[in-house]
Design a protein around this ligand. Structure first.
Ligand code: ADP
Ligand code: MG
Length: 461
């Protein structure tokens, strides 16, 4: 790719450019290359791009570039179809905003009491991410003030239409100042999108990057294995093909447990997610997986449903599912932002039928036979680079990602580049740090107060 694909080529504030480097966003994705320059110019944009193409950062960087955190009013509003997506967008914005001090991002969704939301709104919020229903409720009650909103985003507009939110969306937009930037993102472009664009946007630029995206290609393989060799073959496959984030799918909880303990005994940093975990255990597991403190997640289909772990580098089917469409769901987890994904399925002689069913039901799938072998040099990707530290303070202590980053790097002993993802939850926080600085980081966090108060820090293994 050319120089032009670097974020440095755009007029972005230095905190954002530095943070993008720390997050390892080295090149812009296609939708970012096309949309971001226009967004930064303040134009209205309708962008059609596939899932996983990096749309969130495209609009988030636009709003963060002009956010003035000293002005405690709402600068921007993002509407999303579901609570999960709204939470995901909020997380991405917070992560991109990490180096700009005091940016407040709030999610407004149903299913949670309005009281705390009203409290947060009264204290002041810069960016609101909400579902249409709950956002409209706050507008009609007057608890969400809109006079300073400069940018509004309709994310996954096609899905919001499908879910019947058209009227709510128009009602919301009627509350907003006329002079504003309106951005519309969608994976498909049904008629309803043109209609709503015509009503709510001004002279929008239309972008369709679905053809240009190096689509998340997936290389699919299968290998014939003996039943009693299956675990062993899984390890061979992992050592051969693992990337940074890998999922092993299995069909039963019992297999999940057996695979996880086998992989751990082979020194693979594997975590598991199954139906019996408490909510907080699920959350902790997902955080440790996505912040790269573990390299393999072992999951059943049920446990993986609705998980927002984003895209992974490779999917390993310990066993093929009995329903062909489940296979497609599984492998769809791979192929990140233009990078090629890998999927490999272990198949016993008796299970050949399942493979044939997949191939006949989905003729476009091209699953090549692959001969597994012991590789001389196991993939170094299986060794995690990061480790997670849990700190006994969170949002209820008014702590934000920047506070932790600041505390860890204050003495200059540890550089910002050794700090990974920071997940601030209600009562506690998880910070990923490079393994090399782990002991120092725990010591610093346990000795230096954060915003005048001391917290406990412990490593999670
Ligand atoms: P979309 O909304 O288009 O479906 P997302 O915005 O959720 O896609 O992005 C998909 C994934 O790609 C996320 O994990 C995000 O962090 C990552 N990502 C986005 N832009 C870049 C980039 N320029 N470089 C590397 N990763 C990126
Ligand atoms: Mg999205």
């Amino acid at each position: 790719m050319s120089e032009e694909n670097n974020f440095e080529s755009l007029p972005l504030r230095s905190e954002l450019v530095e943070n993008l480097a720390a997050l390892e966003y080295r090149q812009m994705t296609v939708v970012q290359q096309k949309a971001l320059p226009l967004i930064l110019q303040g134009r209205d944009v309708v962008a059609r791009a596939k899932t996983g193409s990096g749309k969130t950062a495209a609009f988030a960087l636009g709003m963060l570039n002009t956010v003035d955190s000293s002005q405690l009013h709402t600068h921007a509003l993002v509407l999303c179809p579901t609570r999960e997506l709204a939470n995901q967008v909020t997380e991405e914005i917070r992560s991109l905003a990490r180096r700009i001090a005091n940016v407040r991002v709030l999610t407004l969704c149903g299913g949670t009491p309005t009281g705390p939301q009203v409290g947060s709104l009264e204290r002041g919020v810069h960016i609101v991410v909400g579902t249409p229903g709950r956002t409209l409720k706050h507008l009609t009650k007057g608890t969400l003030k809109v006079q300073s909103i400069k940018t509004v985003v309709l994310d996954e507009a096609d899905r919001m239409m499908d879910m019947g939110f058209s009227d709510e969306i128009e009602a919301i937009l009627n509350y907003l100042p006329r002079k504003r930037q309106t951005l519309l993102f969608s994976a498909t472009y049904p008629d309803g999108i043109a209609k709503i664009s015509g009503r709510v946007q001004e002279d929008p630029v239309h972008l369709d990057v679905t053809q240009m995206e190096s689509s998340a290609e997936i290389e699919e393989h299968w290998s014939l294995v003996r039943l009693d060799q299956r675990l062993h073959c899984l390890l061979d496959a992992l050592e051969d093909m693992a990337g940074t984030l890998n999922i092993v799918f299995c069909n039963t909880k019992v297999d999940c447990a057996e695979i996880t303990s086998y992989l751990r005994s082979a020194n693979v940093a594997a975590l598991t997610i199954h139906g019996d975990l408490e909510q907080h255990e699920r959350t902790e597991t997902l955080i440790r997986f996505s912040n790269q403190s573990a390299t393999v997640l072992v999951a059943t289909d049920v446990a993986a449903r609705g998980l927002d772990i984003g895209k992974v580098d490779a999917v390993f089917n310990f066993e093929l599912p009995t329903q062909p469409e489940v296979y497609l769901h599984r492998i769809g987890r791979t192929g990140r932002a233009g990078r090629k994904g890998h999927a490999i399925s272990l198949v016993t002689h008796n299970e050949r039928r399942r493979l044939e069913d997949i191939q006949s039901e989905f003729p476009h799938t091209d699953i090549q036979e692959y001969e597994l072998r012991r590789v001389a040099e196991p993939s170094s990707a299986l060794i995690p680079t990061m480790t997670t530290i849990e700190i006994s303070g969170g949002r209820r202590n008014k702590l934000r990602p920047g506070d932790f980053l600041g505390a860890i790097t204050a003495s200059k002993e540890i550089s910002g580049s050794a700090v990974g993802k920071i997940n601030v939850l209600e009562k506690n926080t998880f910070v990923a740090v490079d393994k090399k600085v782990h002991d120092q980081a725990v010591r610093i966090l346990n000795s230096a107060p954060i915003k005048g108060k001391s917290y406990r820090a412990r490593s999670i293994t």
